[in-house]
Design a protein around this ligand. Sequence first.
Ligand code: GLU
Length: 510
Amino acid sequence: MNREIRVRFAPSPTGPLHIGGVRTALYNYLFARANGGKMILRIEDTDSQRFVPGAEDYINESLAWLGIGIDEGVREGGPYGPYKQSERKEIYRKYVDRLLADGKAYIAFDTPEELEAARAETPNFQYDASTRGRMRNSLTLPEEEVKRLIDAGERYTVRIKIEPGREVKVNDLVRGEVKVMSDILDDKVLFKSADGLPTYHLANIVDDHLMKVSHVIRGEEWLPSAPLHVLLYEALGWTDTMPEFVHLPLLLKPVGNGKLSKRDGDKLGFPVFPLEWHDPKSGEISSGYRERGYLPEAVVNFLALLGWNPGDDTELMDMDELTRKFSFDHCSKAGAKFDYQKAAWFNHEYIMRLPDEEVGRLFLPILAAKGIEGFTPEYVAKAVGMVKGRVNFIGELWDQADFFFTAPTEYAPKDVKKRWSADTPRIMGELIEVLEGIDDMTSANAEKITLDWIASKGYHLGNVMNAFRLAVVGACRGPHMFDITELMPKEEVVKRIRRAIETIPAPEAK
Ligand code: GLU
């Protein structure tokens, strides 16, 4: 069957989107783009109890930051809207009635207390073919009684009627055929009269059908629901248009066993959310990749490889390349260890690949926060370009490039002790004259002239150059000295050497 590729990312706005959810969204997006398909963003907010304000905006902002584009959704619109389930209430009701009329579902009046009592009475109680005969539902009560209870406003739910003894097959593109006996499934609630809303299961299936979803790509935690979904498709007469399923492997803890949790991130110091999240209730702030200084390209690349590979060992791939290579052939069933150190490595690599101008642009807010202004974008770009190889995050650039923007106010004592001797002030005085005599301060030229002078005087190369560095940088660190002095205005260099001569106490001559 040649079917239009349509996928959906269907988060519930119950809190900040977890990084695992982001990977799900990314795989949906890559698959859609790889196949010329459409990507839908559907907000599954039928569980009003768990609704968290701000969560929907957070989802939108996260996807936008990462460059995961949406073709149809709440903001984008589209031919199958509305794309928010709470706005589709009337649509679902029709299918609830159809399932009831066809005997595929039934009405249950059991109160929470009655369900509690049943659970207490029967070990491992499950509402299913073996127990529904003794519960209060439309299968056990006379028709008039059912009607009377409904008319009297008694609360009820609608449950799917699972027939036992059936083998249910879920065809998963990564896992193959997953078979389950229907006996182990329970008669899940599909609809609640209390709020007139369907539960996740019904709304999810109805919408996938109506929105013509061709592939359901979601986290492994939804695999146990898949047999029920297959049966629902069947009960609604939609087997022919049933989507293909892909259940993505779990993201695992970086160390130890089990599922990645927020606690792992807190303990080991990495975020498990794309953006910083301010919990509206508790006020708690959870860190995000964006605020930690990750580039969206790096996060995308890192996440893409948690559960998929391109078939070779290529690691660095931007969104276009990922799109070209993505397919489910190289998706793994096994959980993917969340190697957060690798995430930092990716970030380093992406900083290296960014043009210096861009790195400089990202660095500007940091300068601004320090009250530093007046440097041209070209100057900033060149400065950060010289040190970007030493950092994993934009936020680390300051410690490497500070001296380009502010003169040292103190000098590393260890380096002073080692490099500043009794005759250093005099030699630095000569250095000022040498530098002042150089017209062309480009790195190679200034280096040649300075080194010639050092050699002609018979000075110790290492001592002179390190004292020079100490004066300009404040410590014996930083990029090539003459690259620094090519960029920095000569007057500034000279000023700094003078200041060092005046402020670093010269030791007694030995
Ligand atoms: N609303 C579900 C979630 O929060 C969707 C699961 C699915 O994709 O079917 O993940």
